[in-house]
Ligand binder design. Structure first.
Ligand SMILES: Nc1ncnc2c1ncn2[C@@H]1O[C@H](COP(=O)(O)OP(=O)(O)OP(=O)(O)O)[C@@H](O)[C@H]1O
Ligand SMILES: [Mg+2]
Length: 152
């Protein structure tokens, strides 16, 4: 089982959208069974899942305290890929959540909008991931603002 953590301390970078897109595409392409985990109290991933008709990828309801044993349970149940969405922010609560989640990651994907502001702020996320000694990759998301609102 592989565990993919989607992280960005910047709000609105595209974490939840990426989590669900990767989860669904991995399931469709045969890399599953896939399980989704939402560790953000905003619960955007959970609300999306509840509104869906399809039961796959499955949604695993876990708390941070029992994350390790839940991941073990998913592995034993035959899950091949776990995708974990995480909260934004620099406060102590979101830091604690990330610090609890990151040790479980095989790979951390960091969505980042292709803008100078977003690229400037991505260091805070990378720093935490490096502290956890995890492999990571940036993933550019969302159209360039100039494409949405042409400047010429
Ligand atoms: N690749 C994309 N292309 C276009 N729009 C996107 C893309 N990814 C995300 N968005 C849009 O950007 C907004 C924020 O996305 P999303 O909720 O996934 O970010 P987030 O990082 O999870 O936010 P938060 O930090 O609040 O949890 C949403 O309106 C979403 O539809
Ligand atoms: Mg989100």
């Amino acid at each position: 089982m592989q565990t993919l953590v989607i992280a960005s301390r910047k709000g609105g970078a595209g974490k939840t959208t990426l989590s669900r897109s990767i989860g669904v595409m991995a399931e469709i392409s045969g890399a599953g069974p896939v399980a989704l985990i939402d560790t953000d109290e905003q619960a955007g991933l959970a609300m999306w899942w509840n509104a869906r008709e399809s039961q796959t990828p499955v949604f695993a309801s876990v708390t941070i305290d029992n994350l390790k044993s839940h991941l073990e349970g998913l592995r034993n149940a035959g899950v091949k890929l776990v995708v974990i969405d995480t909260p934004p922010g620099l406060n102590s609560e979101s830091t604690a959540t990330l610090e609890a989640v990151l040790p479980n990651a095989d790979l951390v994907l960091i969505p980042v909008r292709p803008s100078p502001d977003d690229l400037r702020s991505v260091g805070a996320t990378i720093q935490l991931v490096e502290q956890a000694k995890k492999r990571w990759s940036l993933l550019l998301t969302v159209q360039l603002i100039e494409q949405v609102f042409p400047v010429r």
